[in-house]
Write a protein that binds this ligand. Structure first.
Ligand code: CUA
Length: 329
């Protein structure tokens, strides 16, 4: 294949790579007030850029045609300085910047405003490499899966114990850094029921790309049911799951994980309602007995840099612990 054709094809492939129908992390389908505000500014900038590109393109083509070199033509007149033109091309960009700056600054102030008294406060902690969500007023703790009620302002308080992460759920709003020793805040009100994907957006180490999350926006009554289920004490396991519980209780797991009434470790995710979550290892794998078994056998093999070490469980032991964890819901 000729080289220029290959270059053109790869450029086309690169361009089309930006288009997708299935794009759970799109920024142009806003599902909260915060995301709509950003989309509004994005729209203004896009239209301004498109109009400027059109005007400049047409002017360029006209000038190229009108003043092209012709055989026998004399050298063009030489000019030095043109006060009116210079004032015009200083004022025009300043006006463009003003058109962009005013709504941008308005949105910055609006999205930084303190949350109202009805907001639901949730503490977000970024860990290498997973997300911890605590609802102080509801006494609920979860990991990597944030549930919020539709239509109620959500006030996230973000900080973390290790390195800088960045909380980003594109359909619900902009990025906000999660900085150790500093409490950042992010407020939004979701306006559509659904499940929204998010991702750590600040390079934070070897498994940065594997630091995903999900935000489940549900109707207020469904959210209330979720809260009640999170607070309920899981039923005492039986059979294989009971064996798993015994293995869990005498293993190193208890040093890092909390399961209400069983263990109090605080280094890893709280597992009290582990079985209710849809994914495992910060959105990396679907939550099933098979994937949890594989995870328990060797976490770093599935997620590079995982702080959870291999526990040297046998296949049967790992499957029993997986059955126990999946029973917690
Ligand atoms: Cu956490 Cu990137």
């Amino acid at each position: 294949m000729p080289r220029c054709r290959m270059t053109r094809l790869s450029l086309l492939a690169l361009g089309l790579g930006g288009c997708a129908w299935d794009a759970p992390m799109t920024t142009v389908v806003a599902r909260s007030d915060f995301a709509r505000d950003i989309l509004h500014v994005y729209g203004i900038i896009t239209w301004a850029a498109a109009i400027i590109a059109l005007v400049v393109g047409i002017a360029l083509l006209w000038i190229l045609a009108r003043y092209r070199d012709r055989p026998g033509a004399p050298p063009p007149a030489q000019t030095r300085g043109h006060t009116a033109l210079e004032i015009a091309w200083t004022i025009a960009p300043a006006l463009v910047l003003l058109v962009i700056a005013v709504p941008t600054i308005q949105v910055i102030f609006r999205t930084q405003a303190a949350p109202g008294p009805t907001a639901l406060e949730i503490s977000v902690r970024g860990h290498q490499w997973w997300w911890e969500f605590r609802y102080p007023t509801l006494d609920v703790v979860t990991a990597n899966e944030l549930h919020v009620p539709l239509g109620r302002p959500i006030a996230l308080k973000l900080d973390g114990p290790d390195v800088i992460h960045s909380f980003w759920v594109p359909q619900l709003g902009g990025k906000r850094d999660v900085v150790p020793g500093r409490m950042n805040q992010l407020t939004f009100t979701a306006d559509s029921v659904g499940e929204y994907r998010g991702q750590c957006a600040e390079f934070c180490g070897v498994s940065h790309a594997n630091m995903g999350m999900r935000v489940v926006v549900e109707a207020p009554d469904a959210f209330e049911r979720w809260v009640a289920a999170q607070k309920a004490t899981p039923a005492e396991p039986t059979g294989l799951a009971a064996e798993g519980k015994a293995i869990f209780a005498r293993s190193a797991c208890v040093g890092c994980h909390t399961i209400r009434g069983v263990s109090t470790g605080a280094l890893g995710p709280d597992l009290t309602t582990f079985g209710s979550r849809r994914t495992l290892a910060a959105g990396l794998l679907p939550n099933t007995v098979d994937t949890v078994t594989a995870w328990l056998k060797d976490p770093p093999a599935l997620k590079p840099g995982s702080k959870m070490p291999s526990l040297a469980l046998t296949d049967a032991q790992a499957r029993a612990v997986a059955a126990y964890l999946m029973s917690l819901k």
